[in-house]
Every structure is written in C-alpha cells, then in structure tokens.
Design a protein around this ligand. Structure first.
Ligand code: SF4
Ligand code: SF4
Length: 243
C-alpha cells in the first residue's frame, strides 16, 4: 500500500473515532439534560465499579440503631477526594486478577493500596460471585440515591452510563422519594464534611493523650530495678546518637 493510501486510511479512522466520541458526548449531554426518568435494572455495575462510597452520620446512626456498626469498622477509611473534601468512605477492594492475587487479597484485603488507585474498584460489601450487596437492608444513603445527586441547587446524574437512567417504570411518588433522598444525602454529606476534620483532630489528640497516659502508668508500675535498666538503655542509645 502506498504511503498516500496509508495516510488516507489513518485520517479516515481518526475521523470515525472523533465522530464516535462526539456522538457519545452528545448522547451523554442529552441524557444529562433530559427529564429524569430512572428504573434500576439491577445490573450492579455501580457496586462492582463504584470506587469509594461516601458515608454520612445518617449511615452510622442507622448501623448503630440496627446493632451492626461494629461490622463495618474494618471497611472505613478517611479519604481526601479530588474536590478537596475529607470524606469517610467504604474503602474499595480490587477485584483479584489471578489466584496469587486472590490469595494476597484474602490475606489482607485492605493492603496498603492507596485509594487513588482503587477509584474504579468494587465496593467491599459487594459479593462478586452472587452479584449482590451483602448489606442491602443496611446500604448507605448514597447507594439509595445513586446515580442521582443534589448539590444544594440542582440535581445531576453522576453516572450517565448507568443503564437505569432513562428507563421508565418508576412511579411519580418513587421518583419524588429518590429526589428527597438525594436532598437528604446532600444535607448529611455537608454535616459530616463539617464535622469530620474536627473529629479527626479530637480523636488524634485523644489517642496521643491515651498513649502518654499508658506510658506514664507503665513506668510507674515498674520496679526500681527495671526503671534503672530502661534508663541505662536510653542512656546508651543517647550516647550513640550523640557520637
Ligand atoms: S443504579 Fe444503575 S448501575 Fe447501579 S444497579 Fe441500578 S442500573 Fe445498574
Ligand atoms: S453498599 Fe451495597 S449497594 Fe452500596 S455500593 Fe456496596 S454493594 Fe452496592
């Protein structure tokens, strides 16, 4: 094939790709602007690729009321999202790619992988084999309103690829309830975002004070002989560092 023909073909392909991505953009824009109709198809895409699920006091209070709060502790994490907000989240878990990965994940599902690398990974409470939420009755507020969001002024769809968007079938009352839930989510998210940094500081200070107290108590309960030994050890390490 001549170089001219090759270039022509390349340009043709580039044109097709550009047209396709423009078409997708237009479709997404149309979906965003269209009157909100929604009916969840239970495809579970949102649970399998959700990334961090933001939590609110509403969720913590519900879990406490239902006596299950302790079960969620291992999954909680603080995460500074790209908009700069500090959120309490359910930390996503990567889907294992092979057996070795599976073994490593089962040994330590919350390995030190930074959350930034898990933004499209599955919710830790999603059962991949059964394709179901392990805590459906206790699912967080943000799962109840997904993919609808309210920002204090407007509603928006956070995931235009959600297959449920644009589907008919929900009653007017159900849609209204979803809008109300999205509003509640906004209020609750604002409430926890205001309080988390303060709680974080208090907890850190509290932990520090507790450690100091523990140290003091441990030292007090030691025999004079042990105290002497400890002082000798510290004395030696100080001598070494001063050399
Ligand atoms: S909310 Fe959307 S992505 Fe999630 S299960 Fe329903 S249809 Fe699928
Ligand atoms: S808590 Fe349940 S509904 Fe929410 S993302 Fe996780 S698996 Fe899905």
């Amino acid at each position: 094939m001549s170089e001219d023909l090759n270039n022509e073909k390349k340009e043709e392909n580039e044109e097709i790709n550009t047209n396709e991505s423009k078409e997708t953009e237009v479709k997404q824009e149309e979906k965003k602007k269209a009157k909100f109709t929604f009916n969840c198809t239970r495809c579970n895409k949102c649970c399998a690729e959700r990334g961090p699920v933001p939590l609110t006091f509403w969720d913590l209070e519900m879990w406490a009321r239902n006596g299950v709060l302790i079960n969620f502790m291992p999954y909680l994490e603080l995460y500074k999202n790209p908009a700069g907000n500090l959120d309490l989240i359910l930390k996503p878990i990567p889907i294992p790619k092979d057996d070795a990965d599976q073994k490593a994940t089962s040994l330590d599902p919350f390995a030190s992988t930074p959350i930034e690398e898990l933004l499209d990974e599955k919710c830790p409470l999603y059962n991949l084999e059964k394709k179901e939420c392990l805590i459906y009755e206790n699912r967080p507020l943000s799962c109840r309103t997904y993919p609808l969001e309210f920002d204090g002024k407007n509603y928006s769809i956070v995931d235009v690829d959600c297959p449920g968007v644009g589907q008919e079938g929900m009653t007017k009352e159900e849609l209204e309830k979803m809008r109300e839930t999205a509003k509640l989510m906004f209020t609750e998210l604002t409430r926890i975002r205001i309080n988390i940094p303060v709680l974080h500081q208090i907890i850190q200070k509290d932990v520090m004070m507790e450690l100091i107290k523990q140290n003091k108590e441990a030292m007090e309960s030691m025999s004079e002989e042990d105290k002497k030994k400890i002082n000798e050890v510290f004395g030696k390490s100080r001598d070494v560092s001063e050399k």
